[in-house]
Design a protein around this ligand. Sequence first.
Ligand code: ADP
Ligand code: MG
Length: 394
Amino acid sequence: MQKKTIRDIEVGGKRVLVRVDLNVSLKKESSIIADDARIRAVLPTIEYLIGNKAKVILCSHLGRPGGRVVDELRLTPVSRRLSQLLGQPVMQVGDCIGDEVERVVGRLREGEVLLLENLRFHAGEGENDPAFAQALSHLADIYIDDAFGSAHRAHASIVGVASYLPAVAGFLLEKELKIMGEALNAPIHPFATLIGGAKVSDKIGVLRNILPKVDSLLLGGGMACTFLKAKGYEVGLSLVEEDKLSFARELLEKSTCLLLPLDVVTAQRFETNAPLITVPIAEVPENYYIMDIGPQTIRRFAAELQGSKTVIWNGPMGVYEMPPFAEGTKAIARFLASLKDATTIIGGGSTAEVVEEVGLTLAMTHVSTGGGASLKFLEGETLPGVAVLMDKEK
Ligand code: ADP
Ligand code: MG
């Protein structure tokens, strides 16, 4: 990586501001954390800083409070969980900038950890307001970005602060960029990519960037319907993005390695309990929705993936939120987990959710902690949060 990391900077005795992405999902109407993966993902950086006697000042957003204080979106449950995982107290303050926060930071001792309050209680965070960024930077001597999940956002705590403090990458950010960067830029072949999800329009950038690099491109999910339509198939009541048909045609013409579903599970209504039938792709009933890939497609995709050395997967193969239509996505997850000697990378929030649900997160090489950020990265874009970090000396 060309960017400096936590290893390239002296942290002992320093006040270190660490931007983490602790935007965990909370169970409805309670402050119980539904999934603490994002907290666990940043432990290596925090533990390193504690071990190296830094004064650790963590900051994060949680939800979308819209620039005002929303009590349900305080970081209290997060600090409690983090403290359990670290096995030491995590101090909290009621805000993320200002005199009171500066006083608490002033008393912080080496190896202690403080979690600032939700950054998005201030409108200046989302607006990348220089005054807010400067106020944050007042708290510290060094800035470490370990918030991969937010690196695609030009917010004050991601981009702004780097103008005022020496800025380097934490271990999670480094790992995400390294694994996905190598897969994209120097993949071990055969290299296959699976793209699914709801809409083509969300995936155009990824498809364009990845097509010239891959040996196979497998398409499923709702987005495959526009491609199927472009090939002349009828897709029943499924969404076809009319304005993306020409893009789909262009891709179909350019690519010799693109696979579409051969059969699909269809349902009479877009509902869990709707009557369903599995049909070959040429026989989708006109009053049905395509909800998932069928068994023949699963076998064909598995055969194509067999022997791959690098696989990137973004986007579910079906409407996985409804159990009858989650089978295709789960089958693909299980198959990827069974691949030997392959680098398997999962990008995308929903895709990561399914993989976690079937208990296969650890069976993959890498499950990205960033949904939107991993998509932007796969599009080949430089993430604003990465661009502002200090370059390694040549
Ligand atoms: P990710 O978050 O992994 O990037 P997306 O956000 O692109 O994935 O897509 C996830 C959504 O795609 C899910 O809500 C899922 O229900 C939807 N989806 C998948 N297949 C279909 C389909 N056949 N019809 C409609 N929606 C679908
Ligand atoms: Mg999504």
